[in-house]
Design a protein around this ligand. Structure first.
Ligand SMILES: C[S@@+](CC[C@H](N)C(=O)[O-])C[C@H]1O[C@@H](n2cnc3c(N)ncnc32)[C@H](O)[C@@H]1O
Length: 193
């Protein structure tokens, strides 16, 4: 995918049949710079972490799904960047407490509904607190001049997103978007107001 070789393990978010991963990957390729510290939050198969590492960034890839981290670690090795990506298990920013980044990449699960298992945590946002928690805490993990790439969709709760951006003082710019028969998916760049 986009020149990256990927294997996929059971229960890991599949980046191949979803528009969001490829769209995000194109923006990450343009944004992540050599020497930067990048957080790929909710790494899934590791695609975004690998692209940032291939650009020369030092990356921490996290996920709440242990199987995703196994998968991402294998994919980083296959693509020759195993030494530039560190993998950490945990919820949102818990695994990177006290660290800061030039770039944070996150595609939150944005479908309405309760996840029934770990695989579905890649898709369904459950009680809905995840996005607001992310937007409220992210500033503590950004270096001066740092930015966030957040991928979202018109089938998600866009009023919640707008509310969170306003409430927590984020300025957003659309970096890329793509229409499918069901939705428009877009990648936002967020910077502090
Ligand atoms: C929509 S998928 C995106 C995967 C990958 N970033 C990509 O572009 O293909 C969301 C990912 O976030 C992870 N995730 C869900 N809730 C999380 C949380 N609270 N903390 C960390 N990761 C989480 C899921 O396990 C899944 O791998």
């Amino acid at each position: 995918m986009q020149g990256i070789k990927l294997i996929l393990l059971h229960d890991v978010f599949c980046p191949i049949y979803t528009v969001s991963s490829g769209l995000t990957a194109r923006v990450v390729r343009a944004e992540a710079k050599r020497g930067e510290r990048v957080l790929d939050l909710g790494t899934g198969s590791g695609l975004q972490a690998i692209i940032a590492a291939l650009n020369g960034a030092r990356v921490i890839a996290t996920d709440i799904n242990p199987q995703a981290l196994r998968c991402a670690r294998i994919n980083a090795l296959i693509n020759g960047v195993g030494d530039r990506v560190t993998f950490k298990l945990g919820d949102l920013f818990d695994p990177v407490e006290g660290k800061s980044f030039n770039l944070i990449v996150f595609t939150p699960p944005y479908l309405w509904g309760l996840p029934r298992n770990i695989r579905e945590r890649g898709w369904f946002y459950g009680e809905g607190g995840l996005l607001l928690k992310f937007l409220s805490e992210a500033k503590e993990y950004l270096r001066p001049g740092g930015r966030i790439l957040l991928t979202y969709s018109t089938i998600a709760d866009e009023s919640l997103l707008k509310h969170g951006l306003r409430l927590y003082g984020w300025h957003s710019t659309i970096m890329a978007s793509r229409n499918t028969p069901l939705e428009r998916i877009y990648v936002l760049k967020l910077i502090r107001r």
